[in-house]
Design a protein around this ligand. Sequence first.
Ligand code: NAD
Length: 299
Amino acid sequence: MKESKITVIGAGNVGSSVAYALILKNIASHIVLIDIDTVRCKGELLDLSDAMPFCRTSELTTGTTKDARDADIIIICAGKAQKPGESRTDLLQANKKIIESIFKDLKPINKNAIVIIVSNPVDILTYHAQQLSGLPKNQVFGSGTLLDTQRLLGILSKRLGIAEQSIDAYVIGEHGDSQVCAWSLANVAGIPLTNFKELKKGDYKKIEDEVKNQAYEIISCKGSTHYGIATCVASICETIMYDQKGILPLSTFIPEFDVCFSMPAVLGKNGIERVLYPKLSNDEQEKLKQSASKLKKIL
Ligand code: NAD
């Protein structure tokens, strides 16, 4: 049987947590950790190796970016992380250079590889990665607002007393300050969220702010966010490996706006198979346009 190989480039807080989540979920037979800080990378490998006897991943190794050329999935978590008070777009200059150097070393890249961008600002870096990789655009995408959507579902679950998995709601647009909570699409068992008496008129804005500010709050308390995003990335890999055709809000090229940002997308073994464009309220459509124009300006 063909071995499945996932490489994680950037074995810092996010990358090592991604590797841990992949191992626990038994998603690939071989996981490769790559980092320019080879000492830290070795430490993460040794630490993660202690978890291996409980899991089914057979091989965990370290390597260089060249070892990612033949991988089935390449996850990019390398780069500078936000410090307290910094926005994701503040990281752009440093992380764009890092992404460029990584893609130089990734050539020649497996023409069937799926590349997942996690480093921030994820939408802008996804746009560049699509150009730099030479791969079809559907094979290169960002984790986008999947994390924000999970945060939204978590808050709604507590308010409504209903499991996250049974609530249908999306955060779309930029993974950042201009993200849009698509309230008009949100429902439980087909019942619009606005029909639930647990949510009052003034609650929506408060929830939007809570979702948006969660990363800032975590960073101010502990310096980085990594468990949530790691679980999101492992779930993306699982959807690809099992060809599940799940719908996830992922950062992908949106021709109408000529930027990458998140819309609900159908994900399978070949990457993003289809982007869905649900009908939004006029207000949400306007906010989405503003999100796109913010990203376009940065690009
Ligand atoms: P970190 O500083 O802990 O780790 C980054 C790692 O990248 C370091 O170990 C560094 O040595 C490595 N690196 C730098 N250049 C490299 C290169 N050319 N090749 C290989 N490795 C390289 O940071 P972190 O907390 O792990 O965050 C990583 C990135 O993930 C940041 O950009 C952060 O903003 C982003 N992030 C994204 C999300 C999301 O939802 N998309 C969530 C959390 C963090």
